[in-house]
Design a protein around this ligand. Structure first.
Ligand SMILES: NC(=O)c1ccc[n+]([C@@H]2O[C@H](COP(=O)([O-])OP(=O)(O)OC[C@H]3O[C@@H](n4cnc5c(N)ncnc54)[C@H](OP(=O)(O)O)[C@@H]3O)[C@@H](O)[C@H]2O)c1
Length: 365
């Protein structure tokens, strides 16, 4: 998943240009403690991860070697894809090793450096989250401007989940003006950005589904969705038909299962389904049944295509040029759910799987 964090410095400098406010004055670097804590994977979860599958381990803080920096992490990202890395099934990202610190997106402050171009006090985005202090190779760290945008934004709205929304909607789903768009997980990090991007780019109608009435209200009242429903309140197929009586042209799938079948059932001729994630099956111990209505793809000439954000880095400059100003002006809104403290990182991760979060879930250290 390190690949996902390989943001070019040029791209991030473009982000900076879009922010006028100076939000975070540079804090003084505190003295280094002798030890730091990191979350290890103790055993591979079967079904829902349990606390005993993990261990919060204290260890001596290492000293950087040539070409390395020591980073005091400020924000950790917890993401659904991490569930996949806890298993050893073959996937696009390597499994987490047992008995070692887990990895993930993080931003932090350089507190010791033996790397050219990276100085103490710099803020960097890197791939060694789930820990308080990270020893990072210079090529795995990208400098970000803590004054140009809140540091946590580089993990969400301006980071991996933002680019996922942009690439999946515009490239994979080939969104065009006038489309009716349905997105699941619509109050989450990716989903909330997909729905708002579609509106800003001229969708005829945007429909979202989420797991609580409060989230549904947020979609309608704050994010400007045209219709939204709580998927826990009734069959998704029926609720989608009511919300989109003329059918849908695009479905952005974050959830899979019943949602995917419902979307196929409402797909218009030439409809496109971008499969971003299938969170409803991540903790399954048996293969989930497939959609029973795939034959509708023949009538509709519909298309279903999966994608990975890591294949779409070439869109970063365009993403930031277009989305940066919308975020800065408040036309594109975002929320974060912020857990506090390294000891609450596991709970925050489990919270994402449960739906405790609205917008991007991050952990502030
Ligand atoms: N393809 C890629 O490159 C890529 C990159 C990033 C993310 N993703 C995928 O995109 C999806 C969203 O990721 P994110 O980071 O933005 O997470 P997120 O949406 O911020 O958080 C996950 C949300 O999933 C919902 N959820 C959990 N279990 C569910 C279920 N059984 N049915 C329906 N909804 C359920 C919860 O919201 P509710 O309260 O609404 O249930 C939860 O808040 C995930 O599937 C993730 O794996 C893919």
């Amino acid at each position: 998943m390190l690949d996902i964090l390989k943001y070019s410095a040029a791209w991030l400098f473009q982000v900076m240009k879009h922010f006028e406010e100076r939000l975070h004055p540079m804090p003084d670097t505190p003295a280094l403690p002798a030890t730091g804590r990191a979350w290890h994977l103790a055993s591979r979860p079967v079904g829902w991860p349990k606390p005993e599958d993990f261990a919060l381990v204290e260890a001596e803080i290492p000293t950087p070697g040539e070409g390395q920096v020591l980073v005091r992490n400020t924000y950790l990202s917890v993401d659904p894809y991490m569930r996949g890395r806890m298993s050893d099934a073959k996937s696009y990202a390597a499994p987490y090793a047992l008995g070692e610190a887990m990895q993930g997106g993080a931003v932090g402050e350089v507190v010791a450096s033996r790397a050219e171009g990276l100085a103490v006090g710099d803020h960097v985005l890197h791939g060694l989250g789930w820990r308080e202090y990270a020893l990072v190779d210079a090529e795995g760290a990208v400098t970000v401007d803590a004054q140009a945008a809140p540091l946590s934004a580089y993990l969400g709205v301006l980071g991996m989940t933002g680019l996922t929304a942009y690439a999946g909607l515009l490239r994979t789903a080939a969104f065009k003006e006038g489309d009716t768009v349905f997105v699941s997980g619509a109050a989450g990090a990716v989903g909330s950005q997909v729905g708002q991007l579609a509106k800003l780019k001229g969708a005829a109608r945007v429909i979202g589904s989420a797991g609580s009435d409060e989230k549904v209200a947020l979609l309608l009242e704050e994010y400007g969705f045209d219709a939204a429903f709580n998927y826990k309140s009734g069959p998704v197929g029926r609720q989608l038909r009511e919300a989109a009586p003329d059918g849908i042209d695009v479905y952005f799938d974050n959830v899979g299962g019943e949602h995917l079948e419902a979307a196929i059932g409402s797909l218009n001729r030439g409809g496109r389904i971008a499969v971003c994630g299938m969170i409803s099956v991540y903790n399954n111990t048996e293969p989930a049944p497939g959609p029973r209505n795939l034959a509708r793809l023949i009538q509709t000439r519909g298309r279903i295509e999966g994608f990975l954000v890591g294949d779409h880095y070439d869109l970063q400059p365009e993403f930031v040029r277009e989305v940066g100003p919308w975020v800065a002006s408040g036309e594109l809104k975002y929320r974060e759910t912020v857990a506090e403290g390294i000891e609450n990182t596991l709970e925050a991760f489990l919270g994402v799987l449960r739906g405790d979060n609205t917008g991007k879930m991050v952990v502030k250290l």
